[in-house]
Design a binder for this molecule. Structure first.
Ligand SMILES: Cc1ncc(COP(=O)(O)O)c(C=O)c1O
Length: 345
């Protein structure tokens, strides 16, 4: 697997730390928990999209793009990071925001990632929930072409085989770091949404014959759809990197039991996970992705899903800027609830 064959623009800080979550592991009294700090990719407050965008933006530049057109939910981390990458590279950016939570408050519609999109001078357009957003970005691209521009469209979450290369690279980092730390990793756990992160990890870990299983915690779709989306993209990514051997359907596992009332809807488990990580480790999760994934991981640990002698790596995919858009979910009564963790006592 020779990723230097693919064009890449450096945007973030790679070889993000792989560190023990000592206090969280102690409080939960289960397996040894570790964290891969992809919230520390740096660029524009970091997160998983930086890795994908290094390959996607290189492709856009190679194709002579003048405009980047992409989409996401209102509080999309992907749109924020794409807008920053476009600004950095001197390209115009148009972000279509799908209003999935029409009942949300003003913070949701204007703070957090939306505030940052505007700082990066991204032109924002809203679309109603349920719209075919990939079709919508093609319509915008068509409009721009009519005006003499050269638009480059990026699907939601940057999730196509080029974007997923970012997580093939992350899989290489994880295996290298495990070797350095003499760490036997029993499972990698992370939030899965538009599928590119999991597809890249599954393809990259299999291409290295690492034997490390991946568990995606779903934040959007039901399990059968999520796993099918990830598997299809993992196969295409596997082809792109010309990996040998079988990529089995069984290597793609998503647990979508922690979705609650749906995408972007906070659950009590999310509030607990965000508070617990802040108070035991000083680490900020987000309410939509990593909070839900960590809520799932915490519940699985409590149910004894992992053996005590196992090492579980949680990939922190970023997203903390959205905390400011969810201020009302972390209001004072919630903060004054009985402390659950040592750090809160
Ligand atoms: C913070 C964060 N974590 C995880 C994900 C999920 O990654 P993917 O869309 O590649 O499945 C996203 C996607 O938007 C995200 O913003």
């Amino acid at each position: 697997m020779h990723l230097s064959r693919f064009a890449r623009v450096r945007l973030g800080h790679s070889m993000t730390p792989l560190e023990p979550l000592r206090e969280l592991s102690r409080v939960l009294d289960g397996p040894q928990l570790w964290i891969k700090r992809d919230d520390c990719t740096g660029f524009a407050l970091g997160g998983n999209k930086v890795r994908k965008l290094e390959f996607l933006m290189a492709d856009a530049l190679a194709k002579g793009a003048t405009h980047i057109v992409t989409h996401g939910a209102t509080q999309s981390n992907h749109v924020r990071q794409t807008a920053a990458a476009a600004a950095h590279l001197g390209l115009s950016c148009i972000g279509l925001l799908e209003t999935r939570l029409s009942d949300a408050d003003d913070d949701y519609h204007n703070s957090g990632n939306v505030l940052l999109d505007r700082l990066f001078k991204c032109l924002l357009e809203e679309r109603p929930a349920g719209c075919d957003m990939n079709a919508e970005i093609e319509l915008v691209a068509e409009r721009l072409r009519g005006q003499g521009a050269r638009p480059y469209t990026i699907p939601g979450g940057g999730s196509n085989p080029i974007g997923a290369l970012g997580y093939v690279l992350c899989a290489q980092e994880i295996v290298t770091q495990a070797t350095e730390l003499e760490l036997v990793i029993d499972s990698v756990v992370h939030a899965t949404g538009s599928s590119g992160t999991q597809a890249g990890l599954v393809a990259g870990l299999q291409a290295q014959n690492s034997g490390i299983p991946v568990l995606g915690i779903g934040v959007h779709k039901p399990r059968d759809i999520q796993e099918e989306n990830v598997y299809r993209l993992a196969l295409r990514t596997y082809d792109l990197i010309e990996a040998r051997g079988l990529l089995s359907r069984e290597s793609v596992v998503a647990n979508c039991d922690y979705l609650g009332a749906g995408y972007g809807r906070v659950t009590p488990g999310v509030i607990e996970a965000v508070e617990l990580l802040a108070r035991t480790e000083g680490i900020l999760l987000d309410p939509v992705y990593t909070g839900k994934a960590m809520a799932g991981l915490i519940d699985l640990v409590r149910k004894g899903f992992f053996a005590r002698d196992q090492n579980i790596v949680f990939v922190h995919t970023g997203g903390a800027p959205a905390l400011f858009a969810y201020r009302a979910s972390f209001d004072e009564p919630a903060l004054l609830r009985a402390p659950r963790a040592r750090a809160a006592s």
